[in-house]
Design a protein around this ligand. Sequence first.
Ligand code: PLP
Length: 394
Amino acid sequence: MKPANSLDGELSRRLAALREQGLYRELRRVDSPQSARIQIGGRTLLNFGSNDYLGLANEPALKEAAVKAIERFGTGAGASRLVCGSMAPHHELDEALAAFKCSEAALSFSTGYATALGTICALLEKNDVILIDKRVHASIVDAARLSGAKLRVFAHNDPNDLEDILKWAGARTPKSQVLIVTESVFSMDGDQAPMRALVDLKDKYGAWLMVDEAHAAGLFGKNRRGLAEEAGVSDRIEIQMGTLGKAVGSAGGYICGSRVLIDFLVNRARSFIFSTAPPPAAAAAAVAGLRFIESKAGADRCRSMWRLVSECTSGLGLQTTNSPSAILPILIGDESRAVNTSALLRAQGLFVPAIRYPAVARGRARLRLTVTAGHSPADISTLTGALHDLGIGF
Ligand SMILES: *Cc1c(COP(=O)(O)O)cnc(C)c1O
């Protein structure tokens, strides 16, 4: 008989504990491209779970760009960008990002997660202070911890609390650099950071500001550059972060900012330096995604997404707020109940993911539904009808 493996035994116990708390997770295999409909387990489901807000993940122009890049550059980059992996599509992407965001320079990373980790850890030293919003993405929390800087969390979207902490940081001796990091549109709540108040505060206290526009770039502002553009504060944010796997329809992350910032990251961001460059096809698809967003077709696509968002919010009886978002969280609370509700919807052909700890706080489980430009008005009424029938609303 094989002796009991102590690793597997211990891990089985830990998994059982997760199950008990409604926190167990498993992968679901998708047999179709990302779109408003996805195929899971032989069934076609209406998809309200993806961040493919503009429907670009399966857009012909992006696929064509990726195929062309593969034909010309092959599939792998072969090395990190600082060795010999810095291929033409990566340079085109960095230039396209800077042009899109109207910044002096830009640098793309293989993922958004790697972007946050590499950038924050490069910028901060042990004596510095990092202030993060209570609800920022795990990549920023992990980066803050890994940086070794003094970490303080300010109450969600609360400039008064942030100011109190800035005063505390300013009184520290010896003086240290302070970095404030937040998201512009929050990934699990869909609400917006008070952008003007944040830039005013960071100026007043001489802090640096980093804003993650993962869920806003491509969707907000006259040129769809993000919430910073809409708030008119783009040129006052030192470190503008975003991702390429959501509205842009490809994969990766980026930082836009000054030439000096980008040169510094090339020299010091470890997740950039010690990692093989992304496949050239991913960079080429991202360039095509940015071009699409900048085009008239991109403007139209974005408008139709917002039309569907307002149909969905009014269909659910949500009061129109002054901070709309394609992310519509329906708070359930209990973890197991959220999972069960998601399963009920799935049985009716609707994929609406249950989001639980640690993505959100314990006891704050929710259905997180996202509206994309690929949905039809009929899809939205199917969803709102099903939610009504289950007695779920805002
Ligand atoms: C998705 C996300 C990231 C991570 O980006 P990936 O490219 O998926 O690694 C970072 N920040 C926020 C706010 C996100 O939602």
